[in-house]
Design a protein. Sequence first.
Lengths: 216, 215
Amino acid sequence: MKKIILILTVLVLMAGTTQSQDQPVSLGFTPSSYYTFSWNTTFTMGDFNKWVGNASPAGFDLGGRYFIKGGLVAGFNIMWQRVSQSYGYQTYYGDDGSAITSTNYRFTWMVPFQGVIAYHFIPDKMVSPYIGLGIGGDYMEHHLLVQEYDLYKTRWDFSLTPEIGALVKFGSYSSWGALVAFNYKYTTNKIEFKNNWTSKNLQMLNLKVGLVLIVR
Amino acid sequence: MKTKFILLFLGVGLMLASCSKYPPSSDRLLEDMAIYTKVDLNVKFEEYKTFAIVPVVSYIDGKDSASITTPNAISLLNRITSNMTGRGFKSVATNAHPDLGINVTAIKNTNTSVYYPGWYWGYPGYYPPNWWGYPGYGYGYPYYPTYVVTYSTGTVIIDLVDLKNPTADNKVMIRWNAYIRGLLTTTHTENDILRCVDQAFAQTPQIKTTPVSGK
């Protein structure tokens, strides 16, 4: 499966590159749409940072954006992220009279999906900065691994993600470019292990770096 | 062109590498020491005043078993005793009709295995109910015991037996278990053993001769 994904991606990349080589050099163009494939690094904040303090490079993002009028775009983002950290000896209590003291490993993995609106200030240029806002939800699983015991909770939430970033074309008429973006994410998600842990309104910062397929 | 391919391969590689939901097994910390306890939440320990502890540790290593009284075993028994007296219970002789009895078992398995609490009850050193004065009785759990996985690092088990209230169906109930895993290695000192015993009691505030609002 992984090989098929890899081969398909390479073929799409080659097709886009061939097309771009036929274009004359000029001042550039405003795309009709673009698709992003980004590597995502997560920095947890607030209560979420107390749960897992480590920044995590385990994440990726797929997105599509369509120009509506001028520099205004609308689209979507689907992501996958995981944050994790090991901790030393701590005691956890169950509701049934049980308690365990040991080292533990905490992790949260999430699948965010959002609708996005953004505004590109100079959409026809090689470097096209933008501001945007994502609105949507997440599916999250919060795991507390204490030895062989895996305590976990699953939660859905509502999320808001203001973002700044830039689309950088590889050439004035290139069908490929790079994406660099930074966003703050607020969610209504919470981590709740009775007797042991509560974190509410999970927040994080995300740094995205990726490739962009640009469609005229 | 070449740069794009390198970027693409890096991106795809990073994406695929990040797709695992669980951490690698080496990070799951299964070989670290762990102190697991379970207490019967329905029992009122303030109704119990005395206890006796079996003077040996039942030791199981694979198919072999023995009763041991090594210095480490005696230290372990003494530490349990001092924790109990520290909680207000009075130590008495085993033939003095104690309210509570304590059995201690050490299991040194060389292979990864799963066992259920209680399977060690028939081994030498683990004293049956008739030794406590209840001939024809068996041990029982008032709560659902959780299984424990044991590794080559071994497990020490402490069972607190209710000798005051045998049940109508001829059972002497276990009111508290402590499983201390990871102790039976050369890397852990006697102090580690004693510290783990203290922690087992520390995380069970219910065991006390005065009423407590336990977790």
